[in-house]
Design a protein around this ligand. Sequence first.
Ligand SMILES: NC(=O)c1ccc[n+]([C@@H]2O[C@H](COP(=O)([O-])OP(=O)(O)OC[C@H]3O[C@@H](n4cnc5c(N)ncnc54)[C@H](O)[C@@H]3O)[C@@H](O)[C@H]2O)c1
Length: 290
Amino acid sequence: MIKTIGVIGAGQMGNGIAHVCAASGFDVKLVDLSQDQLDAALATITKNMDRQVKRSLLSEDDKAGALGRIEMGVDYALFGGCDFVIEAATENEEIKRAIFQQLLPHLKADALLASNTSSISITRLAASTDRPERFIGMHFMLPVPVMKLVELIRGLATDEETFQAIKTLAETLGKDVAVAEDFPAFIVNRILLPMINEAVYTLYEGVGGVEAIDKAMRLGANHPMGPLELADFIGLDTCLSIMQVLYEGLADSKYRPCPLLVKYVEAGWLGRKAGRGFYDYGGETPVPTR
Ligand SMILES: NC(=O)c1ccc[n+]([C@@H]2O[C@H](COP(=O)([O-])OP(=O)(O)OC[C@H]3O[C@@H](n4cnc5c(N)ncnc54)[C@H](O)[C@@H]3O)[C@@H](O)[C@H]2O)c1
């Protein structure tokens, strides 16, 4: 029985995962590197719950209850009582492996473990832990409280009990599951990221400006967001990491990351979370940066 859930990383995804778990009645332990990041996460969760209260999706009492069930800190010892821990830290395999090594000494022997990775091999991450049979890919979508889908990815060693427990958990959180095999970037990002990368090439080659590209895909393909807007929303560092995993994992030049995407990441223009990416988010309305 899963009662207490640990979340590693309190960024865009981690705060959303903590939000939905707490709102569904689970006790949540949320860990990040700094208190500042945790303070920002709590502010975001509170703001997003307030929005749900306004829309009558959550009562004031349930909001208070959910916030009361979230405990935050910078110490991995917080995960000692967890039945399940999901890692939602930066999309970088070295960082994730180091996190698991730091986590494992604190983890109950029978606790289940997942990564929210967008692209990295679940089999490989699982093999770096002491429990590959109890390890799974649980890929939420941004923004977590709004998006219905969770992709579930079995590693080679994932056992059926783990798969069923996490499928049930996803459904308890109000999500709908799609199962993907463990290949680079799974289903959603295998299809989505090459499109975003192509949009950056379209910009790089001067086929269109930022606004023209986004408008063309919103109105011409009926996408709710343009691809550059969406890239900023996801985070350009995450987009670049996913393209690198596709490029290296499938050894096909069609996945090569656009040099302009690399340049934005090198500049620290990581999108919405950094205040600037293909758009600048400093003012009332986003302004294209090219
Ligand atoms: N952004 C998306 O749309 C999206 C969607 C699905 C999955 N994901 C995946 O979720 C994960 C997180 O993405 P994000 O968008 O939240 O990124 P983010 O940059 O917003 O947050 C990452 C967080 O991880 C923290 N972190 C880094 N090292 C840590 C450590 N050792 N211990 C604890 N915390 C640590 C950082 O401080 C940061 O707060 C990535 O694996 C990403 O691929 C992202």
